[in-house]
Design a binder for this molecule. Structure first.
Ligand SMILES: Nc1ncnc2c1ncn2[C@@H]1O[C@H](COP(=O)(O)OP(=O)(O)OP(=O)(O)O)[C@@H](O)[C@H]1O
Length: 248
């Protein structure tokens, strides 16, 4: 349904000088969808995601996110989205509670709302009693779960996750994906980049970028059937092999 579209991208392009980092990509995402955004290093994922988050202006093409235009309404987009990456995350020198309070404050929640949300979040994450622990003392997997919960504390329409589970084992990743499914069940659209192909299997649909272009976009089951592959790993390798852009 038209009204269910929360991301709409048409011929979106980003050039840096003569170099085309994102080359004419088009796709839509619907409410509550878990959309995997895959590609080898340098394929253009982060550049595309930055445009969708209102952090970088496209060179050409159209895109609307949560109903707002990426050229003219980037400030409104920022209010409607959550963002989590491996690089930009929690403050290690602040406690669990201080991090929650800080981000909820940035997202504009009231003091009473922040208290209620914090309690709820600590219970959901089984972190009761840990509110005064420094984030740096938590295991990586817990930090990632906390960072994700903080990124959706304001109930955004979409959450952008840029390689959210780097460096943890498949079991911890699976637990993290439990939180993703809960967010999706609450109608939050999840837009996620990953290098882990087990995670690609968990997505509703997956797009695969090669040299700035989207070369494939479908459900994991359909992609495997189309490329006659047993796993998403095989599908990915098949497409990534065609890349000419150097991978650093
Ligand atoms: N500000 C910039 N100026 C010039 N080139 C850039 C700039 N930002 C990115 N690029 C180039 O654009 C291409 C796409 O980069 P991007 O970071 O979007 O890829 P990616 O798919 O996110 O890769 P990774 O998985 O390594 O993060 C790369 O060749 C990169 O060097």
């Amino acid at each position: 349904m038209q009204t269910d579209k929360v991301i709409s991208v048409s011929n979106l392009t980003k050039k840096f000088g003569d170099f085309t980092a994102v080359d004419n990509i088009s796709f839509d995402c619907v409410k509550g969808e878990i959309f995997g955004f895959l590609g080898a290093n340098g394929a253009g994922k982060t550049t595309a995601m930055r445009m969708l988050c209102g952090l970088s202006l496209p060179t050409s093409g159209e895109a609307s996110v949560a109903g707002f235009d990426v050229y003219k309404e980037s400030e409104l987009i920022k209010k409607k989205i959550g963002y989590m990456s491996q690089k930009f995350s929690l403050y290690e020198d602040l406690t669990v509670w201080e991090n929650i309070r800080f981000y909820a404050g940035i997202y504009g929640l009231s003091d009473s709302n922040i208290r209620e949300k914090s309690r709820q979040l600590l219970t959901e994450l089984h972190l009761e009693g840990q509110e005064n622990a420094l984030v740096r003392s938590l295991p990586l997997g817990w930090k990632q779960k906390l960072a994700f919960s903080v990124a959706i504390v304001h109930n955004p329409a979409i959450v952008f996750l840029d390689e959210p589970t780097g460096g943890v084992d498949p079991i911890t990743r699976r637990e993290f994906w439990g939180l993703i499914y809960e967010a999706s069940a609450r109608d939050i659209t999840v837009f996620v980049t990953t290098h882990y192909m087990d995670e690609a299997e968990y997505c509703n649909r997956v797009s695969i970028m090669v040299d700035g272009k989207i070369e494939a976009l479908d459900t994991p089951a359909n992609l495997k059937q189309h490329y006659n592959a047993d796993s998403m790993d095989e599908v990915f390798l098949h497409l990534a092999r065609t890349a000419t852009r150097s991978q650093d």
